[in-house]
Unconditional design. Structure first.
Length: 108
């Protein structure tokens, strides 16, 4: 995708197309997590560009049997607020959440 905008493509249409790409990528990723094809820990460590502006609570609740309560309980151990954006997490926070997920999923 080129960063330049031509006269034939107004800026608002370019922004709309980019927003749709991001929505589709997030929906695909959420389906992969829900089906078990991908783990949240794997997504956190990779941190694709499309999920950088996604809240960590929303990402965690994509998993089967994960609601708000379970998400808050896990994030309280790290400690990270559930409204923190995935792209703003430090490497240490990502690893801590991934480790907490791995230990939680082994218990369940």
């Amino acid at each position: 995708m080129s960063a330049t905008i031509t006269a034939a493509e107004p800026q608002h249409l370019h922004a709309l197309a980019r927003a749709n790409e991001i929505r589709l990528a997030r929906a695909t990723m959420k389906r992969e997590i829900a089906s078990g094809d991908r783990s949240v820990a794997e997504v956190l460590m990779d941190c694709p560009r499309e999920i950088a502006r996604m809240e960590i609570g929303e990402l965690l609740s994509c998993q089967r049997r994960w609601g708000g309560q379970r998400t808050r309980r896990l994030l309280a151990t790290v400690p990270v607020v559930e409204t923190k954006l995935v792209g703003t997490l430090t490497e240490r926070q990502r690893r801590a959440i991934a480790d907490a997920l791995d230990s939680t999923l082994q218990v369940v």
